[in-house]
Design a protein around this ligand. Sequence first.
Ligand code: ZN
Ligand code: ZN
Length: 446
Amino acid sequence: MRIRFWGTRGSLAKPGPSTIRYGGNTSCVEVRADDGTLIILDCGTGAHDLGRSLVASGERPIRGHLLITHTHWDHIQGFPFFAPLFIQGNEWDVHAPQGLGQRLEDTLAGQMEYAYFPVTLGELGATIRYHELSESIFDLGTVQVTARYLNHPGIALGFRLEAGGIAVVYATDHEPHSRHQPEAADPAQLLPVHREDQRHVEFLAGADLVIHDAQYTLEEYPSKLSWGHSPAELAVDFALAAGVKRLALFHHDPLRDDEAIDRLVERCRQRTVAGGLDIFAAAEGQTIELAERQAVAPRAARQTESSITKGVGAASATILLVDDDPDIVRLLTMTLRPEGFRLLSASDGNAALEIARAERPDLLLLDWNMPGRNGLEVCRTLRSESDPDLRDVPVVLLTAHVEAEDTAAGFAAGVTDYVTKPFKPAHIRSRVQVWLRRRRPEAEGT
Ligand SMILES: [Zn+2]
Ligand SMILES: [Zn+2]
C-alpha cells in the first residue's frame, strides 16, 4: 500500500516561504493498494496537484474513490479543481457522512453554484456516484474500510483502511472526548477513562500508520475547546494506548510555520518515554510505502452502492432535555428545534423520570446536579427499568465536572456520554445526530 500526502494543512490553505517544507495545501491523501484500488482521503486544495498527476499518468479510464471525512471547506475545496472529474469515461465514487438534512450531492453542488464557480456539478464529465455513510464497514477492491464518527462540530467520519495485513487510519478533525488533559503521558494508565476515547483507541488499535489531527499544542488547547481538533500531545497518547507503529501529525494549524512544526514533533517524541512509536509531521509530497504482507485475491465484484450502509434521518426523534437551569434548556431548545426534533423538557430528576416513562424518548440530555434526584441517580433508575426502551436509551450527562473519577462514576452509572459545559451549539448538533444514529442501527438501509 502506498500513501502520499498532497495536502497536510488544516482549516485554511497557507502557501508561502514559512510553510514550504510541510506544505500549504489543505487535507488530501492518496492511498493506492497493491491491487490498484485508488482511495483519496479528503479533497482539500491538495487535490489539485493530485488530479493533475493522475491525468498525466496516462491511466485511462481513471477510477477511484473519494472518502470525505466531512464537508467543511478545507476538506472539499479541491473538489471542483480535481481534473479526473472533468474527463468522460472516468468513474468516481464519492463517500461522505450523511449530513444534517442535506444530500451530499447538494452540499457539494452548493460550493459550485454560479456565484462561486463557473462549472456546475452536473457539468462534470466523469460518472460520479454518491454514497452517504454512517458508521459502517465496507469493501473497496481489496481494501476493507471502517468508518467511525469523530468528535467534531459537524458530522465527521474517520476511516480505517485495511489490506494485506496493513492498517492505516485517517482520523482528522477530531478532539478528545474527555476534558482531562494530562501534562505527561502516564505509562501505567494509557487507556483513557472516557468510553468514547476508549472507542477511539480501539479504532486506531495496532495500526501501521495513523494520520491524526494534531492542530494544537496542549498549551493552546484550553482556548480551543470544542473546536474539534486535537492537541498533538494527546494524539500521541492515543497512539501509544493503541499500540500504533507510526504516527503522522496532520491538519497543521495555518499559523504553525515549518520551524514550529519541527518543535512540535520534538515535543511529541519526548512524550513517548518508552519509545516504540515513530512520530513525524506529515509533509506535502511525502510518500510512505507499507508492504502488504499477504497476497490478497482481488474480490470478484466491487461492492454495489446499495450494499453500503446508509445512515438514517433522525429528525423524527424525541429528545428529553433535563436541567434546572432554564438558560441551558433554552439554549438546547434553540439549537435542536431547527433540526425538527420533538423536544420535551423537565427541570428536576423526578419529573424527568415521569416524562421518560410516559414518552419513551430516543435520547436524554441530562444535567448532573439538580434538585431531587441528580443525573446519575436518574440514569441508574432508567438502567434498572424493565422496559428495554428505557433501559437502553442513550443518556448524555451535561456537566462541568471533568476529573477522571467523575467521568468514571458516570459511566459506571450507565451514562452513554458526556457534554461538558460550556458547550457550543454546533458541537451539540453533531453529537446528537451521532447518538441517535448509533441508537437505531437496525433502522438503517441495506
Ligand atoms: Zn479540517
Ligand atoms: Zn472540520
